[in-house]
Write a protein that binds this ligand. Structure first.
Ligand code: IMP
Length: 180
């Protein structure tokens, strides 16, 4: 397996190589399945950033899993959160009485997740949890702690493995810090 600790683009520095990402996702999946037992789990991926993480995580969880997606736009192309959350795509059906996990790429200020939890809670899920691949706890503007966290990272702008800068870099197999 490759580790990708270098990159030819001078603006990028690998923070989490592919093999560490994949190993941690296997651990998260096993932990989630152990916590929920045989119950079906509705995984709600927050688009677009979580789509690669979600694809790997649902396979690591195994068992009965429903896949839903929410389209959310919070940056409008820059590298700072605007705090304005726009829903660009809603769930395809009701989640009432379902065990749900929101799958997010990264929690930064916490504003997006705070908004999504409020929005989805009123739909009466049986339970609702949060799983994020990355967490930047030093940058919170509202209190927010995820139930499942892949990696805690410093307050730097990261891209790759689903995360973008102006829609680019999502297809990198690792997480890298972007310095313009
Ligand atoms: P929050 O509302 O500030 O917690 O930000 C959540 C959203 O902002 C995430 O779903 C990402 O789409 C985006 N985001 C936050 N930090 C980064 C980053 O370092 N790189 C890329 N996107 C980020």
């Amino acid at each position: 397996m490759t580790t990708n600790t270098t990159t030819s683009d001078q603006r990028l520095r690998v923070l989490i190589p592919e093999d560490r990402l994949q190993a941690r996702i296997q651990e998260l999946g096993a932990q989630i399945r152990a916590d929920f037992g045989d119950r079906p789990i509705t995984c709600i991926g927050v688009l677009k950033g979580s789509f690669i993480f979600m694809a790997d995580l649902v396979r690591a969880i195994g068992g009965d899993v429903r896949c839903e997606f929410l389209g959310v736009s919070s940056y409008q192309g820059g590298t700072k959160s605007t705090g304005v959350v726009k829903i660009t795509k809603d769930l395809s059906g009701p989640i009432e009485d379902q065990d749900c996990i929101i799958i997010e790429d990264i929690i930064d200020t916490g504003l997006t997740m705070h908004y999504l939890l409020e929005m989805l809670s009123v739909r009466k899920p049986r339970s609702i949890h949060v799983c994020t691949l990355l967490d930047k706890p030093s940058n919170r503007e509202v209190e927010m702690s995820a139930d499942y966290v892949g990696f805690s990272i410093p307050d730097e702008f990261v891209i790759g493995y689903g995360l973008d800068l102006s829609e680019l870099y999502r297809n990198l197999p690792h997480i890298a810090v972007y310095t313009p």
